[in-house]
Write a protein that binds this ligand. Structure first.
Ligand code: GDP
Ligand code: MG
Length: 138
């Protein structure tokens, strides 16, 4: 599924009322929404999703932040989805994110940075399957 990526609109952006703005930026950029839902991660969900970061000093803060409120999880389709979506969202730190990117427009800080985007085709498939059953991806 090299044309698939996975995203979450993170708790900061949901709390600030940016679900609609961000989904519009995503579809305007040519992504098709294949799956979407509003949900809230339990502590063990966030720990499993971000297991790759478990030795990083910010892991506990990251889990706390990602469980602090509802998120919107979605599977997106486009040619070159993973790389093009990383371009659309901008750098992890919004202070370094290019003008017009989702993080430049809506993120607050390096931790509360509005959106997640998969970093490889392999992780996109794993992350989509983490959040959605096959029959929920259209
Ligand atoms: P991403 O792929 O751009 O989301 O960035 P990473 O995979 O490096 O990090 C995952 C997430 O951890 C980021 O999106 C941030 O929410 C959070 N994060 C990254 N670096 C830091 C940091 O230095 N401090 C804190 N508190 N959170 C961070
Ligand atoms: Mg990452």
């Amino acid at each position: 599924m090299a044309n698939i990526t996975f995203t979450m609109i993170k708790p900061d952006a949901v709390a600030k009322g940016h679900i609609g703005d961000i989904l519009k930026d995503i579809t305007d950029a040519g992504f098709k929404i294949k799956a979407a839902k509003m949900t809230q991660l339990a502590k063990q969900d966030a720990e499993a999703f971000y297991a790759i970061h478990k030795e990083r000093p910010f892991f506990k803060d990251l889990v706390e932040f990602m469980t602090s409120g509802p998120i919107v999880a979605a599977v997106l389709e486009k040619d070159n989805a993973v790389a093009d979506f990383r371009t659309l969202i901008g750098a992890t730190n919004p202070a370094e994110a290019a003008e017009g990117t989702i993080r430049a427009k809506y993120a607050e800080s390096i931790d509360a940075n509005a959106v997640h985007g998969s970093d490889s085709d392999e992780n996109a498939a794993i992350e989509a399957a983490f959040h959605f059953a096959a029959k929920e991806i259209f």
